[in-house]
Design a protein around this ligand. Structure first.
Ligand SMILES: CC(=O)N[C@H]1[C@@H](OP(=O)(O)OP(=O)(O)OC[C@H]2O[C@@H](n3ccc(=O)[nH]c3=O)[C@H](O)[C@@H]2O)O[C@H](CO)[C@@H](O)[C@@H]1O[C@H](C)C(=O)N[C@@H](C)C(=O)N[C@H](CCC(=O)O)C(=O)O
Ligand SMILES: Nc1ncnc2c1ncn2[C@@H]1O[C@H](COP(=O)(O)OP(=O)(O)OP(=O)(O)O)[C@@H](O)[C@H]1O
Ligand SMILES: N[C@H](CCC[C@H](N)C(=O)O)C(=O)O
Ligand SMILES: [Mg+2]
Length: 510
């Protein structure tokens, strides 16, 4: 392809030959090959400009920067809004795969991953294959790509979309993070359906305040319908959420469908008579003149909301109501979201959940309380290099809504784990509670809760890391998975029980 074919009508300034050949494109100098275009992006850790020389040495034929770079060796495009330009460039380079796909974009603070899994199940039940891009991984046609980001960079999205379409798949279900919306990662992508789950406090380290966070999320809805596709566009909104109602006022040109589980709120998809059991949730659903009793294998009222969002997205994407209901009823559990660890024979339950905001923690604790456990014990920490203000809020909720809390570490990243815990303790002290213990090492905390604290009838919640298979500290990334660590100590506890029995000792709880 020639460079001139890849230029959009943005205000790009080209230095050098517009007929330069472009055989590939990347924003990472280490991936540059002969005749590639290199996007030198301003980063959070380093600056892509530092790698231009390396990109040229690796064979780049074009460099794209946000301010002129001193070289005559290769063609150069200078563009101020490089992230948006990169997305438009990706669209052209990969020949608009988004126009060949029916794309559902899910946004909101909590529930995105769960909704994508539910939609995937619904589509599979109707015999439809889809691609999924989200926090856990990017997957299609048996391929599983490790996810570095919930929503990857635009060039990666376009490359994946092209492969999805070339594999004959027609649907893409995608989580759209607020970072992605702010950083132009989905700029120009033509979505067909956009879902808004909820908006609560999160990522204010990045967005600074809730208004800007909301502004980022609302872009997905404002831009819905702009583009060349002329099929029906649909915005699906949780009207029970304060920001969902605010979203109705931002000027959405697509068709709007509301969902709700609160009696007084008018909505297109309505849940009532919700019953939560330890096997899942059951509720009545009404849509137009249709009714169904839904039984999902996901615990908690928050998952009823996720189910409503998924069902609405499917129905708006031409899946019949009956098939969508059946698919939802069959929808599988989501890795690391209220995932049960096998504790058979021990008399207590352990669940692993990705709650890493105060709202998520509250939702999950409410779901667990509904199961009437003897006690709830939590093991949790807060991530480093992320919104500090959520730490005391999570601390307060944890001690107020449970019987005992082990405060520990969750991806401290470059921060001192003790400092993060001190921030959590501010909220605990504000609540005037003493039902907690600090165990900085996460594995030690999990070990202690299983070996010493857990008693018959208890539910242990390991919160914050969900499906993650790593722990990031200032020393780097090491393998770590809550489920696997819990299994290790459950195994040890069982062995100790057997040994005690054989030695004729009575069971002993510390
Ligand atoms: C803050 C942020 O968004 N960072 C993302 C960004 O990295 P960065 O800007 O920090 O990159 P950098 O390391 O400074 O490097 C700058 C540039 O130099 C290039 N480079 C670097 C080294 C080299 O040798 N050669 C080279 O060309 C890099 O490729 C990059 O283009 O671009 C990277 C590549 O796409 C992302 O993986 C990275 O996400 C990091 C991992 C991250 O933690 N992001 C979080 C905050 C995030 O975006 N989260 C949301 C989800 C939130 C949620 O769902 O709750 C998400 O969508 O994932
Ligand atoms: N609809 C909901 N409302 C409130 N909390 C929820 C909801 N759905 C899930 N949660 C909580 O949030 C956690 C994360 O859920 P999920 O992974 O589905 O959300 P997400 O939006 O993809 O999160 P992330 O942005 O971190 O990827 C769950 O483990 C659960 O604790
Ligand atoms: N998408 C979220 C995930 C947080 C998960 C938690 N385990 C942490 O590391 O803080 C983020 O990157 O902020
Ligand atoms: Mg997610």
């Amino acid at each position: 392809m020639k460079l001139r074919e890849l230029l959009s009508d943005e205000s790009a300034f080209v230095i050098g030959d517009e007929d330069t050949e472009v055989s590939g494109v990347s924003y990472d100098s280490r991936k540059i090959e002969k005749d590639y275009a290199f996007f030198s992006l301003p980063g959070h850790n380093t600056d892509g400009r530092k790698y231009i020389a390396e990109a040229i040495a690796n064979g780049a034929s074009v460099i794209i920067t946000d301010s002129k770079y001193d070289t005559n060796d290769v063609a150069q495009v200078v563009i101020k809004d490089i992230f948006r330009f990169m997305s438009l460039f990706g669209a052209k380079f990969y020949n608009y795969p988004d126009r060949e796909l029916n794309i559902m974009g899910i946004t909101g603070t909590n529930g995105k991953t769960t909704v994508t899994y539910m939609i995937e199940s619904i589509l599979a039940n109707s015999g439809i294959e889809c691609g999924v891009i989200g926090t856990v991984n990017y997957r299609y046609k048996g391929k599983v790509i490790e996810a570095n980001n919930t929503t990857p960079q635009s060039l990666d999205i376009y490359r994946i979309m092209r492969d999805i379409s070339n594999n004959g798949i027609k649907y893409l279900v995608m989580e759209v993070s607020s970072h992605a919306l702010s950083l132009g990662r989905v700029y120009g992508i033509e979505f067909d359906t956009a879902v808004f789950t909820n908006l609560t406090r999160e990522h204010l380290d990045f967005h600074k305040n809730m208004d800007r966070y909301f502004e980022a999320k609302s872009a997905l809805f404002k831009e819905l319908g702009a583009g060349k596709k002329n099929n029906k566009k649909c915005a699906i909104i949780n009207v029970d959420d304060e920001y969902g109602r605010k979203l109705l006022k931002v000027g959405i040109s697509a068709e709007i469908k509301l969902y709700s589980a609160i009696e007084k709120n008018a909505a297109d998809f309505k849940a009532s008579n919700i019953k939560v059991t330890n096997k899942g949730a059951v509720f009545n659903l009404v849509f137009c003149n249709k009714r169904a009793r839904i039984r999902i294998k996901h615990i908690g009222v928050h998952n009823v909301y996720n189910a409503l969002a998924a069902l609405a997205a499917a129905v708006c994407s031409e899946i019949s109501f009956e098939n969508a209901v059946e698919g939802l009823n069959n929808s599988s559990r989501v890795p690391g979201r209220l995932e049960k660890v096998n504790t058979i024979g021990l008399g207590f339950e352990i669940v692993v959940d990705y709650a890493h905001t105060d709202d998520a923690l509250e939702s999950v604790l409410r779901a667990l309380k509904d199961l009437n456990p003897k006690r709830i014990i939590i093991v949790f920490g807060c991530g480093g290099d992320r919104d500090r203000a959520k730490r005391p809020l999570m601390g307060k909720i944890a001690v107020e809504m449970s019987d005992f809390v082990f405060v520990t570490s969750d991806n401290p990243r470059t921060e001192d784990p003790y400092q993060i815990i001190l921030d959590i303790e501010v909220g605990i002290k504000r609540a005037g509670k003493k039902n907690y213990k600090v165990v900085v090492d996460r594995e030690a905390a999990i070990k202690e809760v299983i070996m010493m604290a857990a008693d018959k009838g208890d539910i242990i919640l390991l919160a914050g890391k969900g499906h993650e298979t790593y722990q990031i500290t200032s020393g780097g990334k090491v393998h770590f998975n809550d489920v696997k660590i819990a299994e290790k100590y459950i195994d040890l506890k069982k062995k100790q029980k057997i040994a005690a029995k054989q030695a004729g000792q009575r069971e002993f709880i510390f």
